[in-house]
Design a protein around this ligand. Structure first.
Ligand code: GNR
Ligand code: NI
Length: 180
């Protein structure tokens, strides 16, 4: 078991699009274990492989009250259902920021478990919100993308100022000093 480093926005690697898992070997099993450990330690209710710089379509979630029910979703496919609901969301890759995001209140999920066995699930409540948030990560999307550009810029500058983002291709000296 190992704790993995979580990428922080605006790290450009959060924009990577994850590829489907095709081989279910011990590498996948180890990654799932390490992702779960990392999520519980954070603590968070979900984690996508993209956040630990692995471009594979793997998500771990635990929305149970006592954080004792791990759910693993590999190559998840969602069908959004129900009305759109606004929930206050946070993200381990955007520390300190909680903003309202609109999501489907219910989703149908098709996915594979860690052994490659397919399963289907109908989710509502926090699990429905969380899986939509995680599949966005797999597609290179971060919840701040739903904010206005002004608010997103504020979040980006704040995190760069705090020096929490370690995006190597972000040359902080080239950040314009004057905002237009
Ligand atoms: O820990 C998390 N909490 C959370 C709260 C509301 C909506 C989504 C989430 S997911 C987040 C963990 C995370 O960043 N997963 O990508
Ligand atoms: Ni997140």
């Amino acid at each position: 078991m190992a704790l993995l480093d979580i990428l922080v926005y605006p790290d450009p690697r959060l924009r990577n699009k994850a590829l489907p898992v095709e081989v279910f070997d011990e590498t996948v099993g180890k990654l799932v274990e390490d992702m779960a450990e990392t999520m519980y330690a954070a603590p968070g209710i979900g984690l996508a492989a993209t956040q630990v710089n692995v471009a594979k379509r793997i998500v771990v979630i635990d929305t149970s009250e006592h954080q004792d029910r791990l759910q693993v979703f590999i190559n998840p496919v969602l069908t959004g259902m129900g009305e759109l609901v606004e929930t206050e969301e946070g993200c381990l890759s955007v520390p300190g920021v909680i903003v309202p995001v609109k999501r489907h209140s219910e989703v149908h999920i098709s996915a594979l478990d860690k052994n490659g066995e397919p399963f289907e699930l109908h989710a509502s409540g926090l699990l429905a919100i969380c899986i939509q948030h995680e599949v966005d990560h797999l597609d290179g999307k971060v919840f701040v993308d739903y904010l206005s550009q002004l608010k997103r810029d504020r979040v980006r500058k704040q995190l760069l100022r705090e020096g929490r983002s370690s995006g190597k291709s972000f040359d902080k000296r080239k950040e314009p000093v004057t905002a237009s």
